[in-house]
Structures are given as C-alpha cells and as structure tokens.
Design a binder for this molecule. Structure first.
Ligand code: CA
Length: 435
C-alpha cells in the first residue's frame, strides 16, 4: 500500500499544481485496504528491490556518504551553508524508520473498524471542544477559504488527533534515512530538499521540524513539498508554523482543500438508500452523474429528504450491498486529495458531521464479516484471472478491476453483484484454500 501511494504522490505532484498527499506519509494509517486509483502504477514490493549488501555491512559510513552526496546536490540548488550545517551535519540514520518502511501489513482492517477508531465518541467530543476553543480562528478561516470549519477540524482530528499524535521523528533524519535506504530515493531527495528550503525560509528551526517516520509533518501532516506549496501563515507572524500555531494549522488545511477544488457551500455528500434493483457496477467514484439522474434511478436520502445538489456526484458502497451507501460529490474528492482513500475521506466527512451534531450513519455495517488478508485477496485475484474474469495483476489490494471481476463472477453465480470481497466469496472461489 504505502509504496503504491508514494508512487502516486510522485505521479500527481507532476500535474496541475494541485495537492496530493498520502496516508503512507503519515506512517501508515488508515490501514484499510483501499482501492488503488486507476492511474496508480503497480505497487513495488519490498522483495522486488534487494538492498546492496555493502549498506548492511557498514550502514553508518554508507549513510554519511549518501548525506554528503545529497549535500552537494542541495548546495547546487541554492541552500546556504548555514542551513546545510544546521540540518545535514546533525543528520542521523534511524533504524526504526527502515523497519517501518519495510513492513507491509498482511492484515487489513475493515472500514467499520477503522471508522470506530477514527470517529470515536472521544474524538467527536474533543473536536467540539477544539472548535469551541478556536471558534474565532475557525470562523475566519472558513470565511477566507470557503471551507467548512467542521471539515477543517475533522482533518486535524484524523491526521494527528488534534495535534496530540503527529509523530516524534525529526523530519530531516527520517527523510535522509529513506533516501539512503534507496527504495524511495526520488521521493526522499525531493522531500528533503523541500524540508531544507523550509528551514532556509525561516518558518521553523531544524530541531522543531518533527513528524511521522515517512516525512509528514506537524498537526496537518504535510509532506515538506506540500508545506512549500500550501502552508499558510494564519496568525500573521510571518512564519508558517504547523507545529505550534493553530491558526496556521487551520489556514493551511483550508488552503490545501481550497486548492483541491473545494466547492463553497456544497456538502461532501449524504447517506442514501439504494433501490432494490440497483446496479452496483454504478457504485464507483469514476461513475459521475447529475444528481437528478441518480434520483430518477431511485436513489433517496436515508431520511427521505431531497438529494442535495452536488457537482460530479457518485455513489459509493464501501462494504457492498449489505453496508451503507453514500452519494458523494467534489468535496469528498477534495478530501481524498488530502489522503487518497475513500475510508479516510468518509472518516473526515463523518467526523465533521458528528462534530456539528449530526447522528451516526443510519444503515449498519456487515460487522460479522472478517476482512480478507492480503494473501487471501491475492489468491482470489489469481483465481478470478484463472476463471477468465480479469482481476488484473494480483496485488492484494481491492481496486476497481478486482471489484469489476468479482461482480461478473457474482452475477454468473446468481449472487448480488456488489463486488465486495467476503470470506464466503473467498471460500466459494477457493474451496480448497486454508484460512
Ligand atoms: Ca504564523
């Protein structure tokens, strides 16, 4: 997952000047198996890129060589000698970063487990407290950027639990370690150079530049390149401080969403009830229809209210036909630009609504279902391919191709074709498989 997301960040960073971040940058969460975006390249696995043995023999010396090489590159890019001394002279290899980068979780969480944590009652009540404590700031930021204040607060809550958990790694050390390790060389060099530029600009001192093991920094978990592009000085002290200034944190988050095409006064979406004959092949973010068309197909809000006006409206059913359904629009996609995951976006959207005082989702999740492991998903993908259903290269991640193959299989088997992988579907496909 994280390799693939990092690749996506690199890919998206090249286009359109729009933001692109990743859950990997903040150290893994959300750990829900996510559908890869169709433009994402195939994931790179840890085993596919063996390390140079010399590095294992003398990591410290190899690390210093890498840092010296990077230092020359940074000097050519215009970083001052003073900044180079303050940052790279002190840089240290962090073994834990290497361990975390190499671990690929075998087990994924179901979306309901993830949401239970991400939108817990405590997080809702803390969000209300935070919003109350910073209400003037939040109102100003909402007016300036046109982004709903509860959404800004919810991102703050999901990214760093309102600043209480944003990581304890020195960003310079973490990125230098990843760069030296070599598996993410381009990513690490680009982000490390951006980090040096931030220090050069005087926004933060090197020793206060703290964040996740994978380079995401401060309350908003911005990668250095995102910081350079989107961080904002909200309190007017001339520095952009996403580690210590809540006005800067809120303004930076709002600016990021505004630049990711946030639509003022438009909701993120709404929980809906689908008609019994609904074609679940339509439940993909890539399928966009005018709201009126969804209405004519029989889509209704769970309360029976009129569907809200949304631009680029899509239906999502994150747990298939037996879980809740949502009609989502551009603002849901803007949240996904912050972190390319439907589970993440749903957590932020729902937390915002709960902070505002709205209730829990009406439709229940299929809580009896145990999430498939990556190995199980890979085996299922291979089996679907064998049977001629075209699930794409088995990668252990459920994306649009896998869902489409599953739907075709389910349809041929006379089952509800919702494309949601379950243990019983796995057993039907692979009756001889263990576990
Ligand atoms: Ca500031």
């Amino acid at each position: 997952m994280k390799f693939l997301v990092i690749s996506l960040v690199v890919l998206l960073a090249a286009c359109a000047g729009e933001p692109a971040r990743s859950s990997a940058a903040k150290g893994g969460a959300p750990a829900v198996a996510q559908p890869p975006d169709p433009v994402q390249p195939a994931p790179t696995t840890a085993t596919a890129q063996p390390q140079a043995p010399a590095r294992q023999a003398a990591p410290e010396a190899g690390f210093r060589d890498w840092v010296d090489g990077f230092r020359r590159q940074a000097k050519v890019s215009g970083i001052s000698e003073a900044t180079l001394r303050a940052t790279l002279d002190e840089a240290q290899i962090v073994e834990r970063v290497l361990e975390l980068d190499r671990s690929q979780p075998e087990f994924t969480r179901s979306i309901w487990d993830y949401l239970d944590t991400a939108v817990s009652d405590t997080r809702v009540s803390t969000g209300r407290d935070r919003l109350l404590s910073h209400q003037d700031t939040a109102r100003d930021v909402e007016a300036r950027f046109g982004v709903r204040k509860e959404i800004i607060t919810a991102i703050w809550g999901v990214e760093s639990n309102y600043g209480s958990h944003y990581g304890s790694y020195k960003t310079i050390d973490a990125l230098a370690t990843l760069g030296y390790d070599g598996r993410r060389d381009d990513f690490a060099r680009r982000e490390l150079l951006a980090a040096l530029n931030i220090i050069e600009a005087g926004d933060i001192a090197a020793d206060r530049m703290i964040g996740s093991w994978a380079g995401a920094m401060g309350h908003t978990q911005f990668l250095p390149s995102s910081f350079v592009a989107y961080a904002v000085d909200g309190d007017g002290d001339g520095k952009r401080d996403i580690w210590g200034s809540i006005p800067d944190v809120m303004a930076s988050t709002a600016n990021y969403l505004a630049r990711a095409r946030w639509q003022r006064d438009e909701p993120w979406g709404v929980e809906v009830r689908l008609p019994p004959d609904f074609d679940y092949a339509q439940a993909e973010l890539d399928t966009r229809k005018p709201v009126a068309q969804w209405r004519s197909l029989g889509v209704r809000t769970v309360q029976g209210n009129p569907l809200p006006q949304l631009s680029a409206a899509s239906i999502i059913t994150p747990a298939g036909a037996r879980g809740p359904a949502f009609l989502v629009g551009q603002n849901f996609r803007s949240i996904m630009r912050y972190n390319n995951s439907t589970s993440y976006a749903l957590a932020v959207a729902h937390l915002a609504d709960r902070i505002e005082g709205q209730g829990a989702f009406v439709q229940g999740w299929p809580r009896g279902e145990a999430a498939l492991s990556r190995t199980q998903i890979k085996a299922m993908q291979a089996r679907l391919n064998e049977l001629g259903y075209g699930a794409g290269a088995p990668d252990g991640l459920v994306g649009p191709n896998t869902r489409s193959a599953l739907r075709a299989y389910q349809s041929d088997q006379g089952l509800t074709a919702d494309g949601f992988p379950t243990q019983s579907l796995y057993r039907r496909l692979l009756p001889a498989a263990q576990g």
